[in-house]
Design a protein around this ligand. Structure first.
Ligand code: GLY
Length: 576
């Protein structure tokens, strides 16, 4: 538990310790040893917003070379796997939601899956007590990684050769780059974990503490990336890299096999598509709860004139809290990997069901979670990362990827140089038993071999007149869908700029625990108003790190593309 708290504290520390250097536009040339951070950037031809300046700039360079938004999304993800090892990854998984210039909406699922030897009781001791230490850290915590398969599935929509997209990541890993203040602090905070959970020396541990500006070289990771460049997905899921993964698992008590790796497949799924007033929303389907929750929350407010209530009015905030509560109650009861369990998505998102759900809503009065019937909430870590990309042709791509906890399982694959995820903890390790964040999960998300663990990741697009208008997403575990929901409402209903919609204080209710979590700068009068209505309001650290791109059209042509990177981290916006 101590470790969990230190990881949570870390997210807040990043925001506190980090000194943002605001610049109007991103630097033209990529210099991995000297770079600054831009929180907003406006262009006409393309934009990228991600968790790290070097990754956003890699994406921008790919756009400038003639790549489309898919090319840039692939290159940015690969760069994040090098420069943002806490969440960027090739040892984890993710989701992509996109809209192409030809009008097609796409969802790619490259979520990790449980290894073939997994079973529902694998994190229980002989007495049936949960072993959260095993589901959260070290070799047994890892699901079979999906990211590399996802990148190659995405590549079908790209223009440039994969070798060109991976080259910047290889150079960053091989020659190194200067680390940020946040990264130095995070690496120092995890030093003991890296020592404890590794069987071989890693690039992340050195004798002296890391400091801002130090160079991080990852030679083994560079070699792995070269195998992927040369052999495609087989350069990861087969041959030398796969051997390294399995040998690492065997040294540390993990269960991923060569067969698990070889059989991993990313899946193109039908995205969640629905209308919110005059806009169309495109979201991620199961095994992410994100798209369904966004649909439920938006549909529950759609006919309630929230725009006229006003941003941060007590009426609007209370309404949003109550729809969040109801949607998350459903998440806990019904949601899981649809390939393994029946999730009643049609019913959960139907107008009649959602109207019924709001029948007991009373304006000005908290409805206690004891009276809102459903199962229990599945806990999730907050260390994930999101990138938004748009190009001059009208392609828009939203990608959220994760290792789960900060630096995932903290196990680096010996010889291969990348971190493995601890995504198995996103399953319900024992139905009804409190997990990592003091909450409980249920049957729909129980562990089964080959099953994907339920996620909250919510890469989302908003279309206007059938053209991409907003590209949105964020990390933040269970707070992800509420952050995306609030960002959409802030812009579509309260008329906010992307910068305000991203940066103004957020709040979160997830049914259980029955409390409203608010950021530290949430207005104190509003907090008092909510308490008078019967809410328990708990201030906490930052909620999410949202990246938004807004595309403005003049008829059939793009007028401007505006990228905004969240103030809460070292996130960076690039555009040209
Ligand atoms: N591990 C975070 C999520 O998938 O929601």
């Amino acid at each position: 538990m101590k470790q969990v708290f230190s990881r949570l504290m870390l997210s807040s520390a990043w925001a506190l310790m980090f000194v943002v250097i605001f610049t109007k536009q991103a630097t033209a040339q990529l210099n991995p040893y000297q770079y600054s951070i831009a929180k907003s950037a406006v262009g006409k031809k393309g934009a990228v917003a991600s968790a790290h300046p070097l990754a956003s700039e890699v994406g921008l360079q790919i756009l400038k070379k003639g790549g489309n938004a898919f090319d840039a999304a692939v290159a940015t993800q690969l760069a994040l796997a090098v420069v943002y090892p806490g969440a960027g990854n090739i040892g984890g998984g993710g989701f992509l939601v996109a809209h192409t210039q030809t009008g097609k909406s796409i969802a790619i699922d490259y979520r990790e899956k449980a290894p073939g030897a997994a079973n529902r009781n694998m994190y229980l001791d002989k007495e049936g007590n949960p072993r959260l230490d095993l589901s959260q850290s070290g070799h047994l915590a890892s699901g079979v990684p999906g990211t590399v398969a996802g990148l190659f599935t995405t590549h079908a929509y790209c223009k440039l050769p994969f070798a060109e997209l991976i080259e910047p990541a290889i150079a960053l890993a091989e020659k190194g780059f200067s680390i940020t203040k946040g990264e130095a602090s995070a690496l120092n905070n995890h030093k003991n974990g890296f020592i404890k959970y590794n069987t071989r020396p890693t690039a992340f541990v050195k004798d002296q503490p890391w400091k801002e500006g130090d160079t991080l070289v990852q030679a083994e990771l560079a070699a792995t990336l070269k195998r992927i460049r040369d052999k495609g997905a087989a350069g990861f899921y087969e041959g030398e890299t796969a051997q390294f993964i399995v040998q690492e698992m065997q040294r540390g008590g993990g269960i991923i096999t060569l067969e698990d790796l070889k059989s991993y497949k990313a899946i193109e799924r039908n995205p969640i598509v629905f209308n919110y007033k005059e806009h169309t929303i495109i979201g991620m389907p199961m095994p992410s709860s994100g798209g369904v929750l966004t649909q439920q929350m938006l549909k529950m407010i759609e006919n309630r004139s929230i725009g006229t209530m006003g941003f941060h009015s007590k009426e609007a905030v209370q309404l949003m809290i109550e729809v969040e509560r109801r949607a998350y109650a459903d998440r806990a009861e019904f949601m899981g990997d649809q390939d393994f369990v029946k999730v009643p998505v049609k019913r959960l998102t139907s107008d009649s069901y959602l109207q019924e759900r709001m029948k007991d809503f009373v304006a000005g009065q908290a409805s206690p979670s004891t009276t809102i019937k459903a199962g229990a909430i599945q806990p999730e870590s907050e260390e994930t990362t999101h990138l938004s990309v748009a190009d001059q042709w009208g392609n828009a791509v939203a990608v959220t990827t994760t290792l789960n906890g900060g630096y995932g399982s903290m196990t680096v694959v010996g010889g291969a140089g990348f971190l493995m995820n601890n995504e198995m903890d996103d399953f319900s390790v024992k139905p009804g038993v409190a997990n990592m964040y003091g909450a409980v999960g249920k049957e729909a998300n129980a562990i089964q071999p080959g099953k994907r663990m339920l996620s909250s990741m919510t890469p989302t697009l908003v279309l206007k007149n059938e053209k991409p208008y907003l590209v949105i997403g964020t990390p933040g575990g269970t707070t992800i869908p509420t952050s995306v929901f609030q960002t959409i409402v802030n812009m579509l209903e309260f008329g906010q700029s992307p910068l305000d919609a991203v940066n103004l204080p957020k709040f979160h209710h997830q049914w259980l625990p029955d409390q409203v979590m608010v950021e530290k700068d949430f207005p104190s009068t509003l907090k008092t108003d909510l308490e008078k209505m019967g809410y328990k309001v708990t201030p906490r650290g930052q909620i999410g790190r949202t990246e938004v791109i807004k595309i403005s059209w003049k008829g059939k042509r793009i007028d401007t593309i505006e990228a905004v990177a969240d103030k809460r981290g070292e996130d960076h916006a690039s555009a040209y």
